[in-house]
Design a binder for this molecule. Structure first.
Ligand code: LLP
Length: 433
């Protein structure tokens, strides 16, 4: 990992901070984000767009990790923010992100969420379905206020990724179906709705994608429907939103992150639009994982062990599926070392287990590690995306603390939850005597 190093005391350093000291100050489990890694990734995206010389907008998919500090940081680096709920919208607005820089997604936005978006005058709503289209029509008439919208298209493209997170294929809960003409029908309706300004089309074909073919096929199909909306229907199109999905490196099995996919995506847009003699649209991307994922390292204290002769070694840590459900949900793979003796050679395989009362609560199967010693701190890499944001209170386990580190200094950005926090909203039964 480029942003981590091992110091003379054999300790892991993240963003110039000693991981052991971080744990001593903030406790475990602790999620540590290296700010510079986030900034570098975003700047690399900006550079690819600038070199390609196309109009663009990077909209951080905040579902990957949505807190006040994260919204502030990515906005500071010139990103807009993508939200998919009232809660994410509230976070972005409270972080001081201007409403115009916020876009809202979701396949079942509630009336309250749509009102919140309209009252805040956010930049755009990505309309997912006919139900939402008529709701928005009603609400915008009530407010007498215009809003920019894009329609989400289900382009019938399946990305080469885990089945549960492939969202672009035809049989999906997301978006207007293209093959059966529903997307085109939605666009025809939009020519008639007085307060909805349809500025473009959107698709998202999945996550953790390395292959470019899926993007190319999606862009070809989007260009087709874009042409229909712009030229046949005269809609005020200017935006082609190609979603997120850029893959990152979790283990040696994955390719390192690269900006080549983005460059190829831009090229595909140029080709698809050039061959139709259409002006290159403003290209929006919505990366989540690629911005937040590589920057995060989770630190745990090791605890109990169980060695089953000839079967497997289990090593339990003081977290698990409550702070990182990705193995349990997707069979995700991670790389780990001990932060307090970061260059110690592996001695055996140890399967890293969480502390929840179920067998599926695992973080890593068969990790090559030194045999554990009391006081070891396990560092799990590339845990910045879809971990804290998917954390739960299962078994009434409090959520971890989060710190941002940069150039040797650390800042707490999310406080560790306490047991008291967990029961704060419980209402005991009244005395029924
Ligand atoms: N745009 C839309 C409309 C999306 O649905 C998503 C992710 C993104 C952008 C961002 O995609 P990314 O760049 O992060 O790949 N919880 C799963 C991932 C779910 C992704 C959902 N949508 C996981 O942990 O792998």
């Amino acid at each position: 990992d480029a942003h981590v190093e091992i110091d003379a005391a054999h300790h892991l350093r993240i963003g110039g901070c000693d991981a052991v000291e971080l744990v001593n100050s903030y406790g475990t489990p602790l999620i540590v984000y290296d700010e510079n890694v986030i900034r570098r990734t975003i700047r690399a995206f900006h550079n690819v767009f600038r070199q390609a010389d196309v109009p663009y907008q990077i909209s951080y998919a905040s579902k990957a990790f949505c807190t006040l500090a994260m919204c502030q940081l990515v906005y500071d680096e010139g990103c807009g923010i993508d939200v998919v709920s009232g809660g994410e919208l509230h976070t972005a607005l409270t972080a001081g992100v201007p409403a115009k820089a916020i876009h809202m997604h979701g396949n079942n936005k509630t009336v309250d969420e749509l009102r919140y978006a309209l009252e805040s005058e956010i930049g755009a709503i990505i309309v997912d379905n006919f139900y939402e289209l008529s709701l928005l029509d009603e609400l915008t008439r009530e407010y007498g206020r215009e809003i920019d919208v894009l329609i989400r298209v289900a382009p019938g493209v399946e990305a080469h990724t885990h089945d549960f997170i492939a969202t672009g294929r035809q049989d999906s809960k997301f978006g207007f179906d293209l093959a059966s003409g529903q997307a085109q029908m939605a666009l025809r309706q939009l020519t008639d709705l007085p307060f909805l300004r349809c500025v473009g089309v959107h698709a998202h074909i999945g996550s953790q994608i390395f292959d470019i073919e899926g993007f190319q096929l999606m862009i070809e199909r989007l260009a087709e429907v874009y042409q229909y909306g712009l030229l046949q229907l005269g809609l005020p199109f200017q935006v082609l939103n190609v979603g997120g999905g850029f893959g990152i490196q979790y283990t040696d099995e994955d390719a390192p992150p690269t900006t080549e996919t983005l460059a190829a995506v831009i090229k595909a847009v140029k080709t698809a639009f050039g061959s139709r003699n259409m002006q290159i649209p403003t290209i929006w991307i919505e990366p989540g994982r690629s911005i937040a994922g590589p920057a995060g390292v989770t630190l745990y204290r090791v605890g109990s062990q169980k060695q089953i002769p000839g079967v497997r070694n289990y090593l339990a840590i003081d977290g698990g599926m409550t702070d990182n459900p990705r193995l349990a949900l997707y069979g995700a793979k991670y790389h780990a070392i001990y932060a307090n003796r970061a260059d110690a050679a592996p001695e055996a395989t140890w399967s890293i287990a969480g502390k929840c009362c179920e067998s599926g609560d695992m973080l890593i199967w068969d990790a090559a590690l030194p045999n554990p010693q009391a006081g070891d701190i396990l560092a799990v890499f590339a845990t910045g995306a879809y971990t804290y944001s998917m954390a739960s209170h299962y078994n009434r386990i409090p959520k971890p603390a989060v710190v941002f580190v940069r150039d040797g200094s650390a800042e707490l950005v999310v406080q560790r939850e306490t047991w008291a926090d967990l029961i704060r909203r419980d209402v005991p039964l009244p005395n029924r005597a």
